[in-house]
Write a protein that binds this ligand. Structure first.
Ligand code: ADP
Length: 319
């Protein structure tokens, strides 16, 4: 391999820039040429590809977002579209591709690999929902953002003896909700892993009120229910003012924390190492503090993220 490409795809995450920088600088120091592809698979299909040098990635290690841009491009599921993308890369002499994104982006990388174009995936998403890694790039930064929001909600909820629901991102993964609930001292946790039992939740809130709690903060994962409707239900049943706060895209932005910058830098360099070693079709992870790589197809099809039962138990004890 002498020329590689790099792109960011799907939902953006703080630390993606640091990951691109890691890939670019590591590749250059190994004597490779690196090409940046703009706006993920969309730009790959449209042949928006540019050669990058050391300075292309200057002053971005501390910046949120991704300077290459990201996109959702469902057309990439079409084989002809992917064939065009491969032709575009071949035209530039690119022989391998690093894809930074979530599990959807991994699907695209998997399919390119199956078509004979080797890809390596780096987990870039705040959702922490990628198999084969304990942490995804951006997750811990987002966690701090959520905690900051919860702290503010706690102040005002306490002053007004109000019940607050905070809706946290994560798609179908409750990690961000669970961890932010523990760190933010939320009283109630509703995630895809716990499911939503409205009556049980209400009973617990009533128990809290009986115990003399001044406020209640409910951490809820997105896509599970309408948070505003749930707030109305709780208000009706408890007689306490209840409000939902949907954090939304706030969670995706901001400066990456030290952990995410280091993780992204290490993973970027590791991706280059794998490609140089002739490993295609791999995805990078960190497990028990060690960088690891797995078969991307196996990761998507067979690997499951472990359920953090121990952490749910801790949260429950601290209620
Ligand atoms: P994320 O990578 O954050 O999970 P998405 O699920 O939106 O985000 O996936 C990002 C992009 O990956 C999609 O817009 C599409 O271009 C590509 N992609 C997703 N699923 C597939 C698939 N089954 N085949 C090919 N490409 C896919």
């Amino acid at each position: 391999v002498s020329k590689i490409g790099v792109l960011t795809s799907g939902g953006d995450a703080p630390g993606m820039n640091a990951a691109i920088r890691g890939v670019v600088r590591a590749a250059l120091s190994e004597g490779l040429e690196v090409y940046g592809i703009y706006d993920g698979y969309l730009g790959l299909h449209q042949n928006r590809i540019e050669k990058l040098n050391r300075n292309s990635v200057s002053d971005i290690i501390n910046k949120g977002g991704t300077f290459l841009g990201s996109a959702r491009f469902p057309e990439f599921k079409d084989e002809k579209v992917r064939q065009q993308a491969i032709s575009n890369m071949k035209m530039h002499g690119i022989e391998a591709l690093v894809v930074i994104g979530g599990d959807g982006s991994y699907m695209g990388a998997k399919k390119l690999t199956e078509m004979g174009f080797p890809c390596v995936g780096l987990p870039g998403t705040i959702d922490n929902d990628v198999a084969g890694t304990d942490y995804t790039i951006g997750y811990l930064t987002a966690l701090n953002t959520v905690i900051d929001a919860i702290d503010r909600l706690r102040d005002t909820s306490s002053s007004h003896q109000r019940i607050s629901i905070v809706e946290v991102m994560g798609r179908h993964c409750g990690d961000l909700t669970l961890m932010s609930a523990i760190a933010g001292g939320c009283e109630y946790i509703v995630t895809p892993e716990t499911g939503l039992d409205k009556e049980a939740l209400l009973a617990k809130i009533k128990e809290g009120i009986y115990k003399g709690k001044k406020h209640a903060i409910i951490a809820l994962t997105e896509l599970m229910t309408d948070a505003n409707e749930l707030a109305k239900y709780i208000e009706q049943e408890t007689g306490r003012e209840t409000r939902a706060t949907i954090l939304g895209h706030i969670q995706r932005g901001g400066q990456p924390t030290a952990f995410d910058r280091i993780l992204a830098s290490r993973m970027g360099a590791y991706a280059v190492e794998l490609l140089l070693g002739g490993h295609g079709g791999r995805c990078v992870g960190i497990q028990r503090e060690e960088l690891v790589h797995h078969d991307i197809i196996d990761a998507i099809e067979n690997m499951k993220r472990p359920l953090r039962k121990d952490l749910y138990e801790v949260a429950d004890k601290l209620f």
